[in-house]
Design a protein around this ligand. Structure first.
Ligand code: HEC
Ligand code: HEC
Ligand code: HEC
Length: 345
């Protein structure tokens, strides 16, 4: 070997060795500090317990598999500047109270989190990253950043199709409160952890109050990439604008021939149609139709929802995302959303 190269390699090896010595010294410091600061009074860092009602007793989220779950630099940053990521704390019932319209959270019982200095936060982050209780679950996952979904369709999957929005918020102040906010999850969590937790929450915590929803592998990858994309609000807004504009354009090109320039069902084709095209500004009717039904009508045609075949199927012309955009466009025309399948008297 070239002597210069040899010296260089030697330096690399020494640096790597020094780094690992530093890291394990950091971890030891971190564990000592967690004991001193009584982190373990609220957090479990030792391993799964066989309690029958996990959650009901815990004061802080489990950290005994922190190394499988979190990005180390997120832990380091968050401990210096903790913000609330679980709107209802470690367990929601500890903070819930009855309210006028619905149960609310008692803000006074949600205490600010202990804050650490930069050095302490660094050592604790190194220590927590060593806690890998379920590495086999992480290893079994194969995250694919390329299986993405347009944001509008992702919103629909997350909300209406899979019901995740019931418990999780996707932007500040929008969504459910009993689960952690997910618009900051990209910085916080390893994608493999998200996949694994969505696939089988009970494998991580056998009594967690997140239920298992059986999703296809593809939908699971899409959901994780959707959650990651929530991180950048700006790209979300940009995509939303683009979707809205292209929906208006698609409506002009494909739908106005029957549904009319104003969307009221009086297009140039409507004169001789036995069943008139639906008036899309008719909020009374459209309030009785779910977005999923409207989506199906546009994608598969009127016959697919037991309506007239004069409403054609658009599934080969338009993508799912474009159809989702059209459904949102129709909601704008009727200024309404789904309320109840029973027509109001
Ligand atoms: C009084 C109980 C309590 C103590 C003491 C405490 N924590 Fe926490 N910790 C919590 C709660 C509650 C949360 C959830 C905070 C939130 O999202 O608002 C949390 C969240 C965290 C998180 C983020 C995990 C997540 O997914 O929400 C980390 C990391 C963490 N704590 C580490 C520590 C460390 C390290 C210490 C000691 C220096 C410590 N905690 C001391 C209650 C506590
Ligand atoms: C009934 C409420 C509920 C529903 C519905 C729900 N979750 Fe959760 N979810 C939770 C709770 C609670 C946690 C936190 C569990 C813990 O830390 O022990 C969680 C955790 C997560 C996490 C890890 C977040 C973190 O910071 O730890 C992800 C990712 C997630 N859920 C995604 C989803 C997806 C995707 C769906 C829909 C398929 C969904 N959830 C449906 C309650 C729910
Ligand atoms: C060839 C004529 C025609 C075209 C083009 C057409 N529609 Fe229709 N559409 C109809 C008719 C007719 C109905 C009424 C069906 C019924 O009530 O049985 C209808 C009904 C609907 C409904 C109501 C479904 C329900 O739940 O009752 C929606 C939504 C809809 N159309 C959306 C669209 C969109 C979006 C486009 C453009 C991509 C489009 N239509 C293009 C003829 C058409």
């Amino acid at each position: 070997m070239n002597p210069m190269l040899r010296i260089l390699c030697g330096t690399f090896a020494a640096t790597a060795l020094l780094w690992s010595v530093n890291a394990s010294a950091g971890a030891a410091e971190g564990f000592k500090l967690m004991e001193k600061k009584a982190c373990t009074a609220c957090h479990n860092i030792t391993g799964e317990v066989s309690a029958k009602t996990v959650g009901l007793w815990r004061k802080g989220p489990d950290l005994y598999y922190a190394g499988d779950k979190y990005n180390q630099n997120w832990i380091e940053g968050w401990l210096q500047k903790p913000t609330r990521i679980r709107p209802s704390g470690a367990f929601y019932l500890d903070h819930a109270q009855t309210g006028v319209k619905w149960n609310t959270l008692r803000q006074d019982s949600l205490k600010p989190h202990v804050r650490l200095s930069a050095l302490d936060a660094r050592n604790v982050a190194i220590a927590l990253t060593e806690l890998r209780d379920k590495p086999e679950l992480i290893k079994a996952e194969h995250y694919n950043p390329d299986i993405t979904v347009p944001i509008a369709l992702g919103d629909m999957m997350f909300d209406k199709v899979n019901g995740c929005l019931a418990c999780h918020s996707i932007e500040p102040n929008y969504g459910g409160l009993s689960g952690p906010e997910l618009y900051t999850a990209a910085a916080r969590l390893k994608p493999e952890y998200m996949l694994s937790y969505i696939r089988d929450p009970q494998a991580w915590n056998h009594k967690t109050w997140m239920p298992t929803r059986e999703l296809s592998e593809e939908d699971m990858q899409k959901t994780v990439n959707y959650i990651i994309s929530l991180g950048s609000q700006k790209s979300k807004d940009m995509m939303k604008n683009a979707v809205e504009q292209s929906a208006a354009k698609n409506y002009r090109v494909y739908c106005m021939q029957c549904h009319g320039i104003s969307g009221k069902g009086s297009g140039i084709n409507s004169r001789d149609m036995e069943v008139p095209p639906r008036n899309h500004s008719d909020s009374k009717y459209l309030k009785t139709r779910t977005d999923v039904e409207l989506f199906k009508a546009v994608k598969e045609g009127g016959a697919a929802i037991s309506k007239s075949a004069l409403m054609p199927p658009w599934g080969k012309t338009l993508s799912d995302a474009e159809i989702d955009g059209l459904v949102k466009h129709i909601r704008k025309l009727c200024k309404c959303k789904f309320e109840s399948s029973k027509p109001q008297q």
